[in-house]
Design a protein around this ligand. Structure first.
Ligand SMILES: O=C(O)CCC(=O)C(=O)O
Ligand SMILES: [Fe+2]
Length: 325
């Protein structure tokens, strides 16, 4: 199994995606394309049944490179979800709206910032710009706002296209692994200009919180500062510590006043989230309690909850305080 390097994990924690090629050869991918196209033309889209229907798909997700990448991100005990889907883009398809996938139709205010879930999208044919490739917005996986379902009064910078968007044009056999909450969409395919584009979305879930690194880790990277994540640095640093099986270091000197001002006034979700994490990482029980109980914006709670989950002993104290008169 080919595990990811520290740099690849760090990049995944910042950007929310990694692209990996299988070791399988072109003839394998051609056969998948052909077999699935036949099934679709006879029976329609088989939905979750695509995997039992075309069993060779498992070879993609059991491939050394793909399994190695998923193990690195989710740990060795991950499971494949029973939900999966074949996305078929035909010539004439329009752009989708930018969105975060829902949790089976449920709108969830808080999402898991830690990598508990990934989607692994497999493309069996060369996918070029005119064929409606998947497009992604890097660094959007930690935000709470789903641009497709966002109320109009909330400022949301991710509902529109931007120069930093990535169109995933790729070679047959590529797999795009994304944090479940990354903003993405399928894009338009000009009418009458070629074969249907296929993309298989399979989902994987971690079953245990990490107790140590599950990638090809070099001790020298242990204290990585996550500075490259800019505004999201406190969030990504927390994720890195969590992936290493450590609790984040409490920063008792956090500039609380300044952070509160950013939380309440910044128009940018990344800034609010970064401040929320710093705030919550102060490890001050009363401050965390205030955040959880307050009616403040959702980033307060996201930061506090995420940090809480990394502070299990602290949660026990908080609950004890809450439950005892
Ligand atoms: O077709 C694609 O590339 C993406 C589709 C998608 O994101 C969706 O339908 O939720
Ligand atoms: Fe989607």
């Amino acid at each position: 199994m080919t595990l990811l390097t520290d740099q690849q994990i760090q990049s995944f924690l910042i950007n929310g995606f990694i692209s990996i090629e299988t070791k399988l050869d072109k003839s394998f991918h051609d056969k998948i394309y052909e077999d699935v196209s036949k099934v679709i033309s006879k029976e329609g889209n088989p939905g979750n049944n695509i995997y039992p229907r075309v069993k060779d798909l498992l070879k993609v997700y059991e491939d050394d490179n793909i399994k190695g990448a998923i193990t690195s991100i989710l740990g060795g005990d991950y499971i494949m979800q029973p939900h999966r889907f074949t996305h078929i883009t035909k010539p004439g398809t329009k752009d989708q709206l930018w969105h975060k996938d829902s949790y089976f139709g449920f709108k969830k205010e808080l999402r898991y910032n830690q990598p508990w879930n990934v989607m692994a999208m497999y493309y069996p044919q060369d996918t070029t710009q005119h064929m409606g490739p998947t497009a992604i917005k890097p660094k959007t996986q930690y935000g709470m706002i789903d641009p497709k379902r966002c109320p109009k009064e909330i400022h949301n910078q991710h509902s529109k296209s931007s120069p930093s968007d990535i169109f995933f044009n790729c070679k047959a056999g590529s797999v795009l692994i994304i944090h479940y909450d990354l903003v993405h969409r399928g894009t338009q395919y000009a009418a009458g200009t070629g074969p249907q584009r296929l993309m298989f979305k399979f989902q994987f879930t971690r079953t245990k919180a990490p107790i140590g690194p599950t990638w090809n880790h070099n001790q020298e990277q242990r204290d990585w500062d996550a500075k490259d994540a800019k505004e999201l640095q406190p969030v990504v640093k927390c994720m890195w510590d969590w992936m290493l099986g450590e609790t984040p270091i409490n920063n008792k000197d956090a500039p609380m006043k300044k952070l509160k001002a950013i939380l309440n006034n910044s128009k940018f979700e990344e800034e609010r989230l970064g401040a929320a994490y710093q705030f919550a990482c102060s490890g001050d029980i009363n401050c965390l309690l205030d955040i959880i109980q307050s009616k403040n914006n959702v980033e307060h709670k996201q930061g506090a909850c995420s940090c809480f989950s990394q502070h299990v002993p602290l949660i026990q104290i908080v609950l004890f305080k809450l439950l005892t008169p």
